[in-house]
Design a protein around this ligand. Structure first.
Ligand code: ASP
Length: 342
């Protein structure tokens, strides 16, 4: 008899496993192990499932680097024994965590699928069951005894995405995530259709490495018309700040005011890494396309191309944590490491 595919379910928290506090009406995290016993559908799946839960499941708004490392540790510890991993996570910061994990898990050769839901699993109209069951099926997909998916993904509302390409775009609809710059890797309809051409093909023979140093001396500044110079200066002068995601307009454009350019120039001269990322969810930074981005190019801002803010800020933490030299930083950031940019 063939061995069944082995899937590890990692429960971190989020709406999927929450219950209503009837006194206050607020949703709070609940013991998932108890809940999972109440999903009889799981026993119909053709794989064996074990689960591990955070000691204290959290709303994903409370996620931080320590939690990311905990998820990475669980995957590292069980990497050899399991064929795939499904991480249950709140949707609010799922794109950040899954982007971070995509960098932390280098040469991943097994699926790590993040999912969650907009309604708790016990709710009559829940989206949790479909998200959970299909995520497990995707994590269990094999071809010639090898996993079909070999990257960190996010599954939500019938679509599987490359995690580091996603953004949470809706707090109301079941379709909560978008991946505007990269097509879905798989779609679940009557059949589960995998778009093989878009899957990540890493170097299959390289050793799996887990990176656990993430440096959070980083910040995000979103430009807006009327930005005050003292706001910019106070951010650029944050003690210990090493890198900044500058969310610019459209295709990477910013005001041409002299004070803005000179402040950015001084900060770069002082060693701050500044990445130009578009505020638009779709499309790419094209520095030099407009006069309003030409000067940013001259200042040697790092080109974020079509990266999401979530993937950019976590990439900065990862590269800073890996002690990438100042000389190589720009070139390495502008290189796609896990399919996060064009
Ligand atoms: N606030 C919740 C969380 O992110 C929302 C969700 O799970 O979808 O943990």
């Amino acid at each position: 008899m063939e061995d069944k595919t082995k899937i590890m379910l990692v429960y971190t928290g989020g709406t999927i496993g929450m219950v209503k506090d009837y006194a206050t009406g607020a949703l709070k995290a609940f013991n998932f192990k108890k809940l999972i016993k109440n999903i009889p559908e799981l026993s119909q799946l053709d794989c064996s499932i074990d689960s591990v839960s955070f000691d204290t499941p959290i709303d994903s708004s409370n996620m931080n680097i320590v939690h990311w490392v905990s998820i990475a540790n669980i995957i590292e510890e069980h990497y050899e024994a399991y064929d795939g991993f499904v991480v249950l996570h709140g949707s609010d910061t799922m794109s950040y965590t899954s982007s971070a994990l995509s960098y932390m898990l280098e040469n991943l050769a097994k699926p790590v699928i993040f999912t969650g839901s907009q309604l708790p699993i016990g709710d009559l109209r829940t989206d949790a069951k479909e998200n959970l069951i299909t995520s497990i099926q995707i994590a269990a997909l094999q071809k010639n005894n090898k996993p079909v998916i070999r990257e960190v993904c996010l599954y939500f509302e019938y679509k599987l995405y490359r995690a580091n390409r996603t953004t949470k775009i809706n707090a109301e609809h079941f379709e909560a995530f978008g991946s505007l710059n990269y097509p879905a890797l798989a779609e679940s309809g009557v059949h589960l259709k995998v778009n093989n051409d878009y899957l990540w093909v890493g170097n299959r023979n390289k050793k799996f490495i887990v990176h656990k140093q993430m440096d959070n001396n980083v910040a995000i500044l979103k430009l807006f018309p009327g930005l005050n110079r003292s706001v910019l200066q106070s951010i650029l002068k944050i003690p210990g700040l090493k890198a900044l995601v500058l969310e610019t307009y459209g295709a990477g454009n910013a005001p041409t005011e002299a004070w803005l350019l000179s402040d950015l120039k001084d900060a770069i001269a002082d060693g701050l890494h500044i990445v130009n990322v578009s505020q638009c969810a779709g499309g790419s930074v094209i520095m030099g396309q407009y006069e309003t981005s030409e000067h940013l190019q001259k200042l040697q801002l790092i080109n974020g191309k079509d990266i999401t803010t979530e993937a950019a800020i976590t990439k900065l933490m990862y590269l800073l944590g890996s002690n990438v030299s100042a000389k190589l930083f720009k070139t390495i950031f502008e290189t796609s490491l896990r399919g996060e940019m064009q």
